[in-house]
Design a binder for this molecule. Structure first.
Ligand SMILES: CC(C)(COP(=O)(O)OP(=O)(O)OC[C@H]1O[C@@H](n2cnc3c(N)ncnc32)[C@H](O)[C@@H]1OP(=O)(O)O)[C@@H](O)C(=O)NCCC(=O)NCCS
Length: 153
């Protein structure tokens, strides 16, 4: 039987004390990571930033939830803890909070090659609504971004 995230993690608001751990995970996950300062600005500017924690940070979500539209800007889970429902816990929380704000929609974008992310978002009712051609850098050139939207109203 697979381990469920809810059995061993807590989801907490991200604060500046988490910045080093979050940045380390960001740096270790992506070929083109966000800078430490971008993450810091999101915390300081009160974006809706969350961490999943057991002893240390094993995942995080950075979103902006408003009464007009909401955006998921970054969603990352440590490789060792994937497929346990951690990203799902973040998404469910963000959808629920966006609904309480009467947000119309949640938007996000992902690399066209990111099959795990696309499956995840589609599982939660996000529909692909547009493509930004050649939006992301790759080691070999550029790749498209797929823009997803989940309508909440
Ligand atoms: C994408 C990512 C956030 C998923 O996190 P996770 O905690 O492993 O996801 P969950 O366990 O909640 O999975 C939920 C659903 O996502 C999909 N999914 C997750 N990993 C998958 C994979 N490797 N292949 C196919 N589908 C996958 C499935 O639909 C899964 O539902 P199921 O278990 O009923 O099949 C994680 O793989 C990750 O951090 N990847 C690197 C960073 C990244 O690409 N972030 C997204 C940027 S847009």
């Amino acid at each position: 039987m697979s381990t469920k995230a809810s059995e061993f993690i807590e989801i907490l608001d991200m604060s500046l004390v988490d910045l080093d751990c979050v940045y380390e995970l960001e740096f270790n996950t992506y070929d083109y990571p966000w800078t430490r300062n971008i993450i810091k600005d999101c915390i300081i500017n009160k974006y809706d930033c969350y961490i999943a924690k057991n002893q240390t940070v094993i995942g995080y979500a950075i979103s902006k939830i408003t009464s007009i539209d909401s955006h998921i800007l970054n969603l990352t889970v440590d490789k060792k803890y994937r497929n346990m429902g951690i990203a799902s816990s973040f998404i469910e929380m963000i959808i629920s909070k966006a609904k309480t704000y009467n947000s119309n929609s949640i938007f996000l974008e992902t690399r066209a090659s990111n099959l795990a992310a696309k499956k995840l978002y589609e599982k939660y009712g996000f529909k692909s609504i547009d493509i930004r051609k050649n939006y992301y850098k790759t080691f070999h050139g550029r790749e498209d971004a797929i823009i997803y939207r989940k309508v909440l109203i």
